[in-house]
Design a protein around this ligand. Structure first.
Ligand SMILES: [Zn+2]
Length: 409
């Protein structure tokens, strides 16, 4: 894990080793600029007098966690890594609770209120708030990293599989001719097509094997419409029997398998709206975005013998991944999206009746809810030193949360 470095005019330089950063700090040649991600600012160096190398931000967007890796393109060193947890479900839950409170209120006999339906408009291409927040989280971190690191390119995993490559495997590159990458793309394609279930018995969450519906030994081809996904035991049991014989006792399963085998998957099945929207926004940052498929990511990770993490997947996105990725000593920064608080001033009890009112003011004595602080409590029951997240309480004290407990300081 490396430390981000800024010159004295706050222009980004190459990230440096942490021992080097410690030395610079000890000698007084640098000061701490930011804690998360750890960034130092040099006091005596300007950008023009230094050499910087190109870095690439690589993103593997996920529904709960997104992996982000910063890779130095020349050496293949992963200089920094992040794992950002999104709050999609939380947003959905709170919108749903608001909705049910409002619904309840409408159905009760209350004072006359003007109709408030049929008065909403929606921007074209807008996403639901829970998905929008995921994109916003990623955009935020791309912007933050660009401020402290000389980034020249960005890579993103856009699709699960690359249909173009599956249909014409001979069109490009050594990897495809060797057939390995092809296999990974096909596996991702089949996982999507057969809904991550065994085609014969429907079992989920087991290691799947690629299975020829008409066996190779009986003249079956390697084309994707002759392939399906099966669990190990079904694959063994079927052997080279024809599928009609194997599923003789389960006619509806046979019908389903035959119908599904014929239905080709469209390219569109491999992408989702969130990833496309993210791609559009990354384009608008001015960095050239490279896109990769999930099959490519897995191929890169497996051929380099790297274990699966969110951030290692991110480091392996795209065809630009260097032959050797240097991952030694990288610890990802664990980031959790916390939101920006809420605008609701009126707190209600579980029946929707107002019971408290929050002030509109967000800052108190220079602090805001969510700030990480180091508190020296001198007297009282909780005397001691604490580091944690505070919530403002408009008393001369704050609520401090640390290690699962909270108290007033
Ligand atoms: Zn099975």
């Amino acid at each position: 894990m490396r430390v981000f470095v800024l010159d004295k005019n706050l222009k980004p330089l190459d990230p440096c080793h942490q021992a080097r950063a410690r030395e610079l700090l000890d000698k007084g040649r640098a000061k701490v600029f930011r804690r998360y991600p750890f960034t130092i600012v040099l006091q005596d160096r300007v950008f023009e007098a230094s050499v910087t190398h190109s870095h690439r931000i690589k993103i593997d967007p996920g529904s709960k966690v997104t992996g982000i890796a910063v890779v130095q393109e020349e050496t293949g060193r992963v200089t920094n890594a992040l794992e950002v947890s999104h709050r999609g479900q939380q947003i959905k839950n709170s919108l749903e609770s608001r909705r049910s409170l409002r619904r309840g209120r409408r159905n009760r006999k209350t004072r006359y209120r003007k109709p408030r339906f049929l008065n909403r408009t929606r921007r074209t291409g807008s996403l639901p708030p829970s998905l929008e927040s995921r994109i916003a989280n990623i955009e935020t971190w791309v912007r933050r990293i660009r401020k402290v690191c000389p980034v020249t390119a960005v890579s993103q995993e856009l699709v699960r599989f690359d249909l173009q490559q599956i249909q014409n495997p001979e069109i490009s590159g050594v990897e495809y001719q060797r057939g390995e990458l092809f296999g990974f793309e096909v596996k991702e394609y089949l996982l999507q097509k057969w809904n991550r279930r065994c085609a014969y018995c429907g079992v989920e969450n087991v290691p799947f094997e690629i299975e020829h519906i008409l066996a190779r030994s009986k003249g079956g081809s390697n084309r994707v419409n002759n392939l399906c996904l099966s669990c190990h035991s079904c694959n063994q049991a079927k052997g080279n029997k024809p599928v009609e014989e194997f599923l003789k006792k389960k006619p509806e399963a046979l019908k389903r398998v035959m119908a599904q085998a014929k239905a080709p998957l469209k390219d569109a099945a491999a992408v989702n709206a969130t990833r496309w929207e993210l791609y559009r926004r990354l384009q608008s940052t001015g960095l050239p975005p490279e896109v990769g498929s999930g099959g490519r990511t897995k191929f890169n990770r497996k051929t380099r013998g790297i274990e699966k993490r969110h951030w290692t997947d991110a480091a392996n996105v795209g065809a630009s991944t260097p032959e050797r990725l240097l991952l030694n000593g990288v610890k990802p920064l664990i980031v959790k999206a916390k939101g920006h608080g809420r605008r609701q001033r009126c707190g209600t009890d579980k029946f929707g009746f107002p019971i408290r009112h929050a002030p509109a003011q967000k800052f108190f004595m220079g602090f805001q809810t969510g700030d990480l602080v180091n508190a020296h409590v001198l007297t009282g029951k909780y005397a001691g030193n604490y580091t944690g997240r505070i919530a403002i309480r408009f008393k001369p004290s704050f609520k401090l949360t640390t290690g699962g407990k909270s108290f007033d300081v």
